[in-house]
Design a protein around this ligand. Structure first.
Ligand SMILES: C[S@@+](CC[C@H](N)C(=O)[O-])C[C@H]1O[C@@H](n2cnc3c(N)ncnc32)[C@H](O)[C@@H]1O
Length: 210
């Protein structure tokens, strides 16, 4: 088995990460997605770093046409299978992208990136700026990020995490074109790979395009 190394390119690192997984994902959507997207009028959605498709499938079940993009082909294949089992293949689409280089074409009413973190060669801010450009007028850009390190994380112990304000500033949005819905930290109890728990901070940027 290949052990993921922080200096690997994103595809190599994440393929090795998914190869280590012994169980499929739990099928649970991100709590941040549920909190900020539930009740929005369905349209076209884009989920960056979609992993095994839990958020895309949750959206499709609520009437969205949802596209997921990820650099790990094995995760995308698992997502396609899960969408088929959930009987939402006709409303889901999964595309391979190295998001440091490209994002799916088109405009979307909801663009989400949940914990789109990657060690090594990945310009996440450039990816999130492209994501912001893909938001249609009236649409929501929703970014959830780690604001603290869980004890089991692959991140190095002295990792410095951006605050939500820093993350929003890095996006360099034209302020007059966007309205802040929520920009700040949220605490939650996270579960590690062996069932261990810890209170962690997530940061949320939820901004709507005029
Ligand atoms: C920490 S996981 C988060 C997965 C999921 N969004 C969640 O909330 O559980 C990061 C995901 O982003 C993907 N990813 C990391 N770097 C990427 C890149 N450069 N291009 C596309 N996807 C990437 C990984 O394959 C992985 O599925």
């Amino acid at each position: 088995m290949t052990i993921p190394q922080p200096h690997d390119d994103p595809a190599t690192f994440w393929e090795a990460h998914y190869a280590k997984m012994t169980k499929p994902s739990g099928g649970r959507p991100s709590a941040i997605l549920v909190r900020f997207a539930d009740g929005r009028r369905p349209g076209r959605a884009l989920n960056l770093g979609c992993a095994q498709g839990d958020d895309v499938i949750w959206l499709a079940r609520r009437g969205w046409f949802a596209t997921g993009a990820d650099v790990a082909e094995s995760a995308l294949n698992a997502a396609r299978q899960a969408a088929q089992q959930a009987e939402v293949s006709d409303r889901t689409h999964f595309e391979w992208h190295d998001l440091g280089v490209s994002v799916p074409d088109g405009k979307f009413d909801l663009v989400t990136a949940m914990f789109l973190h990657s060690p090594g060669k990945f310009d996440c801010v450039a990816a999130l700026r492209r994501a912001a450009e893909a938001v249609a007028p009236g649409g929501l850009l929703l970014i959830g990020s780690h604001g603290s390190r869980a004890p089991w994380s692959w991140a190095v112990p002295d990792t410095v995490y951006l605050t939500a304000d820093d993350e929003l500033a890095a996006l360099d949005l034209i302020r007059s074109k966007w309205r802040n819905l929520f920009v700040g930290p949220i605490e939650r109890v996270a579960k590690g790979p062996h069932g261990q728990t810890a209170t962690v901070t997530d940061t949320v940027v939820a901004v709507e395009r005029h």
